[in-house]
Design a protein around this ligand. Structure first.
Ligand code: SAM
Length: 140
């Protein structure tokens, strides 16, 4: 499946499980496109937690969410997604969905990228807090 088609498919899968008011996680915020998509789906009563290791990604995502008027429903963390378990409060558990869009930040230093070890560690942290019938999508 080409990248152009896999991204709409990812959204279709996520859309099929996310309801307004849900808590969901974007494990790789990047430029904030997926974070904004998730924020639209969960609505004003929902919550999105988004992670990225690069300051540039957090800044760009913050700008995008602010412009879209959805920053208040999103928590952006400038740290690795392996910390997802520690960042979820009791009220935010279980999460309905999570997405990993793996790789490097478009338009930035390509040497900074996701690693298999951390992805597996993050999955280990995320799966125990996933709601029954919830969904995790990995774009590899
Ligand atoms: C392909 S981009 C994500 C694109 C993003 N979902 C969007 O909609 O624009 C992958 C991102 O993963 C981030 N990343 C790499 N390792 C990470 C880690 N351990 N935890 C969280 N983010 C990480 C990179 O900094 C990069 O911004």
């Amino acid at each position: 499946m080409s990248l152009a088609r896999v991204l709409p498919y990812t959204k279709q899968l996520l859309e099929s499980v996310i309801e307004p008011g849900d808590c969901v996680v974007d494990m790789t915020a990047g430029n904030g496109h997926d974070t904004q998509f998730l924020a639209e789906r969960v609505g004003p009563d929902g919550r999105v937690l988004a992670f990225d290791v690069q300051a540039q990604a957090i800044e760009e995502s913050t700008r995008r969410l602010d412009e879209a008027g959805m920053l208040a429903r999103v928590d952006l963390y400038h740290e690795s997604h392996i910390h997802v378990g520690a960042r979820l409060s009791d009220e935010q558990r279980p999460v309905r969905a999570g997405v990993f869009n793996l790789g490097y930040l478009p338009g930035s230093d390509k040497s900074i990228t996701t690693t298999g070890e951390e992805t597996l560690e993050a999955l280990d942290a995320l799966l125990p807090v996933l709601a029954p019938g919830g969904l995790v999508v990995l774009v590899v």
